[in-house]
Design a protein around this ligand. Structure first.
Ligand SMILES: Nc1ccn([C@@H]2O[C@H](COP(=O)(O)O)[C@@H](O)[C@H]2O)c(=O)n1
Ligand SMILES: C[C@@]1(CO)OP(=O)(O)OP(=O)(O)OC[C@H]1O
Length: 159
């Protein structure tokens, strides 16, 4: 079994869609990035790549490559899934936390879990996603950005 950790941050700006966990969430601001800036999916991908000791998403999908401009991070997650599968592993479980002062994410969490579980070909019981404010402290609390933390456990496919 292998454990991995991922962390990502994106800036909140006007004029961008807010995509988190593969869902477009109605809000007055969105996350800035080269891709769709899905901060949760990025942290999950980094946790899986971390568990495989394969670096990070910037190494696999450089933000200097125009083919990733505005790409859905779910398509990048599909690529990370293929790498994990070819390396002989499957998801044991994932636990993630999104730090966002606003918007309220609780109504979207169950749908995010289903989307992530489907992309990673695992049961929804293996995916946990949480949201927290930072009590108005720090860049998340000032609503300048949103961060996400993830840990994953990978199991050999034959277990
Ligand atoms: N963006 C967010 C942040 C939090 N929640 C939910 O509210 C609960 C309380 O948050 P605290 O930061 O005050 O602990 C939290 O446990 C989440 O369920 C949310 O939905 N969206
Ligand atoms: C996903 C990639 C690639 O489009 O771009 P961003 O959306 O900017 O995301 P980031 O978390 O900064 O780093 C990984 C990138 O290479």
């Amino acid at each position: 079994m292998r454990i991995g950790f991922g962390y990502d941050v994106h800036q909140l700006v006007e004029g961008r869609k807010l995509t988190i966990g593969g869902l477009d969430i109605p809000y007055e601001k969105g996350l800035l990035g080269h891709s769709d800036a899905d901060v949760l999916v990025h942290s999950i991908m980094d946790s899986i790549l971390g568990a495989l000791a394969l670096g990070d998403i910037g190494k696999h999908f450089p933000d200097t490559d125009s083919k990733y401009k505005d790409i859905s991070s779910l398509l990048l997650l599909d690529r990370v899934y293929e790498t994990m599968e070819q390396s002989g592993y499957k998801i044991g479980n994932i636990d993630a936390t999104i730090a966002a002062q606003r918007p309220k994410l609780a109504p979207y969490i169950d749908k995010m879990k289903i989307i992530i579980a489907n992309r990673l070909e695992t049961s929804v019981e293996n995916i946990n996603i949480k949201a927290t404010t930072t009590e108005k402290l720090g860049f998340e609390g000032r609503e300048e950005g949103i961060s996400a933390y993830s840990v994953c456990l990978l199991k050999p496919k034959n277990i």
